[in-house]
Write a protein that binds this ligand. Structure first.
Ligand code: FMN
Length: 326
């Protein structure tokens, strides 16, 4: 079933929520799904934490029945531990398991995990083979175009070799590891990787608007697009991109009322999941984006910034709505 559903989803050019640590949690996945995300990926999960039974890691791999289709992403530096952790994560029956080979953060890549695998493509391929063989679920890889400013990026050859060992799809974050999050993503590499394989290739990096999603798919011929940072401020990008891709129509941005309602819903969901004040605090990073374009948005943001209680935030938002209606 999983492989069949996997093929069905990738046949329909999904717009995917990227894995983002401390962002793509169960609540935010639900938020994005409510506005059209076709597929979500969990934030990355450390295999050592998972295998030790660490509560934090276990929570990240537990999926509720309505949290689907979702993929679980794992990271680590040891192939056997990755394979073992894949078996544990597979118990949650995600749509697929994704291996993080793209995290550039020194404390991760420096230890050989994440983008560290790009320093030894042969080892990455051997590791992927081991993970593929450890589970009946589709296994995918998310990586970058290369480690540094190579004249010939390894991603094209890697795509071929990963497919050969049974990897079911590849997400290409079109930057090198050394670029971190700076500089422009170069989608050409996703196109080049896509040309040499049959498996779905997903293009990622700098997709900030529905028009970008359309352009990324048109320029690369990829099977899907993955959106990261743009969704933090503007999750409506999912329905805007889907409308544009399916009907060619550019839909209106959310109304002021919808923006305010989104703030309330996200706050309530995070407080239900995490309690106060933490649930309020983790929602804050989204609120300034949600309120963008509203009359009096900066004053409203500042007021919300100092409020740690759900009731207080809801009152501030209700008052803002009353002012809008006046
Ligand atoms: C806050 C944050 C956390 C991230 N965490 C992860 C992660 O856990 N796993 C991963 O593969 N990539 C992670 N990324 C990278 C994104 O998935 C994505 O590849 C990158 O942001 C480029 O896409 P964008 O330009 O649409 O943001 C993270 C990015 C950000 C901004």
């Amino acid at each position: 079933m999983s492989h069949e559903e996997f093929r069905r989803i990738f046949a329909s050019k999904p717009v995917i929520l990227a894995p983002m640590e401390d962002v793509s949690d169960a609540v935010f996945r639900q938020v994005c799904r409510s506005v059209g995300a076709d597929l979500c990926v969990t934030e990355f999960v450390n295999v050592e934490g998972l295998l030790r039974g660490c509560r934090h890691a276990r929570r990240k791999v537990s999926l509720t029945p309505d949290d689907r289709p979702t993929s679980i992403q794992i990271y680590g530096a040891d192939p056997e531990r990755l394979a073992e952790a894949a078996r544990v994560a597979a118990e949650a029956r995600p749509l697929y398991l994704d291996i993080n080979c793209g995290c550039w953060v020194p404390k991760i890549a420096g230890r050989g995990a994440g983008a560290g695998w790009l320093r030894d493509p042969a080892a990455m391929v051997a590791m992927a083979r081991m993970v593929v063989q450890s589970t009946d679920l589709p296994v995918t890889v998310k990586t970058r175009i290369g480690w540094g400013p190579e004249s010939d990026m390894p991603i094209v050859d890697l795509a071929r070799r990963l497919e050969d060992v049974g990897v079911a799809a590849l997400t290409v974050h079109c930057r090198t590891a050394q670029m971190g999050h700076s500089g422009a993503a170069d989608w050409v590499w996703a196109a080049r990787a896509r040309e040499v394989v049959q498996m779905p290739v997903i293009v990622n990096g700098d997709i900030k608007t529905a028009r970008d999603a359309e352009r990324a798919l048109a320029e690369t011929g990829c099977a899907g697009v993955m959106v990261g940072r743009a969704a933090i401020d503007h999750p409506w990008i999912f329905r805007e991109a889907t409308a544009l891709l399916q009907t060619g129509v550019e839909i209106d941005p959310p109304t002021a009322e919808e923006r305010l309602q989104f703030c309330r819903d996200h706050l309530r969901a995070n407080v239900a999941a995490r309690g106060e004040p933490f649930g309020v605090r983790v929602t804050r990073r989204h609120l300034s984006g949600y309120l963008r374009g509203l009359a009096g948005a900066s004053a409203l943001r500042r007021t919300l910034l100092f409020c740690d209680s759900l009731a207080g935030c809801l009152q501030i938002l209700d008052e803002a709505e009353a002012r809008l209606a006046a």
